[in-house]
Design a binder for this molecule. Structure first.
Ligand SMILES: CC(C)(COP(=O)(O)OP(=O)(O)OC[C@H]1O[C@@H](n2cnc3c(N)ncnc32)[C@H](O)[C@@H]1OP(=O)(O)O)[C@@H](O)C(=O)NCCC(=O)NCCS
Length: 148
């Protein structure tokens, strides 16, 4: 049995999510942006990963008809390489399947080799580039997993 559990985010998780956001992303969203994205869009869904009662990761998707865009996915540094990122991806895929979504997409920094390998091992395919997407400097790789 897995050591982690995954569930929809709740309002009281915001400080933990905000801490993870700062730890895991080069240009973290502010707490205000996180709050709006997590709780004020009908089309967004966020999930947190818990281990022994502590939040160690989270992910968020935006859905458009039968597509879902993975906006966020992270695991705290000291819990990486345990397969939790993959478990979180599986959870998202199951959620999407159960909710009529056919295709998954995301953008990832060209330099983020670990994330790209994880997505490729999960069946995502590189379908294009958004030049200088991150801060006008770094390219984004656009990946898709279709017909999930
Ligand atoms: C990308 C990210 C979510 C991956 O999380 P993770 O929990 O480490 O992911 P996993 O453990 O499932 O897989 C990552 C690696 O661990 C390996 N792994 C999985 N289970 C393992 C185990 N039991 N023992 C050793 N290694 C393992 C995987 O094969 C993979 O190896 P690779 O990087 O050499 O391909 C995490 O690195 C992260 O939060 N990064 C910062 C935020 C980020 O960049 N997010 C993506 C933005 S698009």
């Amino acid at each position: 049995m897995s050591e982690i559990s995954i569930r929809p985010v709740k309002a009281q998780d915001i400080n933990d999510v905000n801490s993870l956001e700062k730890e895991c992303f080069i240009t973290p969203w502010s707490i205000e942006v996180l709050l709006v994205d997590m709780f004020q869009s009908l089309y967004n869904r966020y999930f947190v990963v818990e281990k022994h009662g502590r939040i160690i990761g989270y992910a968020g998707i935006n859905t458009v008809i039968d597509e879902a865009h993975i906006r966020k996915l992270c695991i705290t540094t000291c819990e990486r390489h345990n397969g939790y990122g993959l478990e979180l991806l599986r959870y998202i895929e199951n959620y999407c399947r159960n909710n009529g979504i056919k295709d998954l997409t995301l953008e990832v920094r060209r330099s983020n080799e670990r994330a790209i390998r994880l997505y490729e091992s999960f069946g995502f395919i590189n379908e294009g580039i958004r030049p200088k997407y991150y801060d006008g400097i770094e390219d984004a790789i656009i990946m898709w997993k279709r017909d999930i």
